[in-house]
Design a protein around this ligand. Structure first.
Ligand code: PGA
Length: 250
């Protein structure tokens, strides 16, 4: 039996545009939290809203951190800075950041910083395109290997992997549940290979990319994803609440 609690992670990205809307959205999401709560709701908000969101059943995460712990880096935010705001999670290596030039090496540095600070890294991996020969599978394994370089067997138990096929992010349809299942299995097997340990199967593997209330159930059940990473639908308290409820009832 899968004993990992389903993690439902909202990624607000660069939204909403006002403090008023951000606090309203967060309050709205809080009102939708199922009782009793069996899943783990997490909202990854823009840095500047984090201190304004009140402690609640909804955990808080950041969407990024800088590759260095401190120093003269204009405009950057360190892991210790975000830690002031009681965040428990941080998204690392989202494809939108990789598109802006973030490399696997940078992802790896950030993963180490998060683990050292006792913040759970949600490491995003995902292929841009698929080829019939399946070389994207090697690409994904490479992203895992490089992102986790130097992370001990012990420490890797504290990471979360988010599989997000880049072509499904912001798209109108998600990957189908059968394919999600293939990918969650592939990622778990790749982790066993990398760490040469079967106990590594306890690492949660989330799915992200066009998740909504109509496909969430299939992705979590048939797809056997341990949770979801949700962009657009996390900006609507009602939709996000519906997804929380669906996950809570599984
Ligand atoms: P989406 O974004 O749910 O809007 O497709 C997912 C993501 O970028 O994590």
């Amino acid at each position: 039996m899968n004993t990992i609690k389903k993690m439902i992670v909202g990624n607000w990205k660069m939204n909403p545009q006002t403090v008023k809307d951000a606090t309203k959205l967060f309050e709205g999401i809080n009102k939708q939290v199922p009782k009793p709560l069996r899943v783990v709701p997490i909202i990854c908000a823009p840095y500047i809203y984090l201190p304004l969101l009140k402690k609640s059943k909804v955990l808080l995460g950041a969407q990024n951190i800088f590759t260095e712990a401190k120093g003269s880096y204009t405009g950057e935010i360190s892991i210790d800075m975000v830690k002031n705001f009681k965040i428990s999670h941080v998204i690392i290596g989202h494809s939108e950041r990789r598109k802006m030039g973030e490399t696997d090496e940078m992802v790896n540095k950030k993963v180490h910083l998060a683990l050292e600070a006792d913040i759970t890294p949600i490491i995003c991996i995902g292929e841009t395109t698929r080829d019939e020969e399946g070389s994207y599978l090697g690409f994904l394994k490479g992203q895992l290997e490089q992102g986790l370089k130097g992370v001990s067997r012990n420490a890797v138990g504290r990471v979360i992997i988010a599989y997000e096929p880049v072509w499904a992010i912001g798209a109108s349809t998600a990957m189908n549940a059968h394919d999600v299942h293939q990918m969650t299995l592939f990622i778990k097997k790749a982790l066993i290979d990398i760490y040469k340990s079967k106990t590594i199967t306890g690492i949660p593997v989330l799915y992200g990319g066009a998740v909504d209330p109509t496909n969430a159930h299939g992705i979590l059940t048939e797809g056997e994803a341990d949770g979801l990473l949700i962009g657009r639908q996390s900006l609507d308290a009602k939709s996000f609440g519906e997804i929380l409820q669906i996950a809570n009832n599984i």
